[in-house]
Write a protein that binds this ligand. Structure first.
Ligand code: HEC
Length: 153
């Protein structure tokens, strides 16, 4: 084997070793999220709130696409603290404090975004503000889940 070919073999070997040592992509990683234990009615309330927040995110992105800051502000405000207050206290107490805190922080972030939108930001500034909200969605979804539904009721 010539020197050049041996060098090529070594380089190929190194690439293979690096590829094998990397994180193995797997579609079936075990679910390590913590479970929030709520009765079905409570879960439904929270999931309803989730869908409303997603609607707000959708409406904000849409409004920014047409430079309609007033509509974006309204959509952000709709998911602010006012959307959180009517949760019944009994259910609030059943939520893990860290989960509740992150949820409240998210509603406050929507209010802060609404204030920013009112001040007439550039689209880039508005999107950075929105990213501050969606980071909360991602962080909480990565850490928590509800228990899977019972097979039949
Ligand atoms: C404090 C925690 C928390 C935050 C913050 C949060 N979520 Fe969720 N969300 C959850 C949990 C828990 C579920 C249920 C997931 C599961 O069981 O796999 C969920 C589910 C959802 C669902 C599915 C609803 C359904 O009907 O099944 C949507 C949509 C959603 N979230 C949107 C959002 C959006 C958008 C944001 C941010 C603006 C957000 N969530 C922020 C905890 C959170």
């Amino acid at each position: 084997m010539t020197r050049d070919r041996r060098a090529a073999h070594l380089a190929l070997g190194a690439v293979l070793v690096l590829a094998l040592a990397g994180p193995a992509p797997s579609a079936q990683e075990p679910d390590r999220r913590q479970v929030v234990a709520l009765p079905p009615a409570g879960q439904e309330r929270v999931l309803g709130e989730m869908r409303a927040m997603l609607e707000s995110v959708d409406a904000i992105v849409r409004a920014l696409g047409t430079d309609d800051l007033a509509a974006a502000e309204r959509a952000a405000r709709a998911a602010g603290m006012a959307a959180a207050v009517d949760m019944d206290p009994g259910m609030q107490q059943r939520l893990p404090p860290a989960f509740l805190a992150l949820g409240m922080q998210t509603h406050r972030a929507f209010d802060r975004l609404a204030d920013e939108l009112k001040a007439g930001p550039t689209t880039a500034e508005a999107l950075r503000g929105l990213a501050g909200v969606t980071a909360n969605c991602v962080a909480c979804h990565a850490a928590w889940r509800f228990a899977p539904a019972a097979p039949s009721r």
